[in-house]
Design a protein around this ligand. Sequence first.
Ligand code: 15L
Length: 272
Amino acid sequence: MPVASTPLRFPRLLLTGAAGGLGQVLRPRLKAYCDTLRLSDIADLGSAAAGEELRPVKLEDRAGVLSLLEGVNAVVHLGGVSTEQHFDLILQANIVGTYNLYEAARKHGVRRIVFASSNHVTGFYRQDEVIDANAPMRPDGHYGISKAYGENLAQFYFDRYAIETVSLRIGSSFPEPKDRRMLATWMSYDDLERLVMASLTAPVVGHSVIYGMSDNTTTWWDNTSARHIGYRPQDSSEKFRAAVEARQAPLDFNDPAVLYQGGAFVRTGPIE
Ligand code: 15L
């Protein structure tokens, strides 16, 4: 059952990164809002269900990405590296790949992109700070830096070519929060669907940046400046709090993963 109420139905949507964690979640859900769902990934996509088109394309393959965007009305771009990795991997998939995607959108006249950015664009803010999308970027590694690049690319393609993007600074979208940090950063899969559909269907977005989180009691992010998107989360991490706190090891306040919003990414990156 679709959880977002929207009168809009798209003839053809493109979902990149469709074999990844969130791609697999969105694949059946997005199908409810379009006639044809084109799916892309370098990992196995399985077989095509009714109304699906499978296009295994490497994001760094410029010609491949150009043909990938032909005939699509809008893009949900989840593709690329989604964790801290060696810079060379991130460079190809996230920086070259996102450039290829925007260039292809420009050439084919695609007007709306939902870009899976990440909370790691601002991972070096502390957990005792509340920030909004206008706070200066403070990436916590090469992965976060590549997402910052993607957001800047989105801003440029709006200013220069009027291609609209909603950059989703996704927190932690999993079945349930795994630890104390995720009590603040968690986003349920139903709220993810609501957020993506709001981003695809809001009448005017320009380039908007919104943090992807549920209606959590503990929060480090203020989405007031993105209320025009119409995303209203309906879930909360609070019902998991008791269980999360019961299994949480004592906090070490010398551990950067405890101090900073980016959690363990702050400790990990960058990988040499
Ligand atoms: C991300 O950007 C990652 O893609 C995801 O795997 C999570 O680790 C998430 O951030 C997070 O910060 O929890």
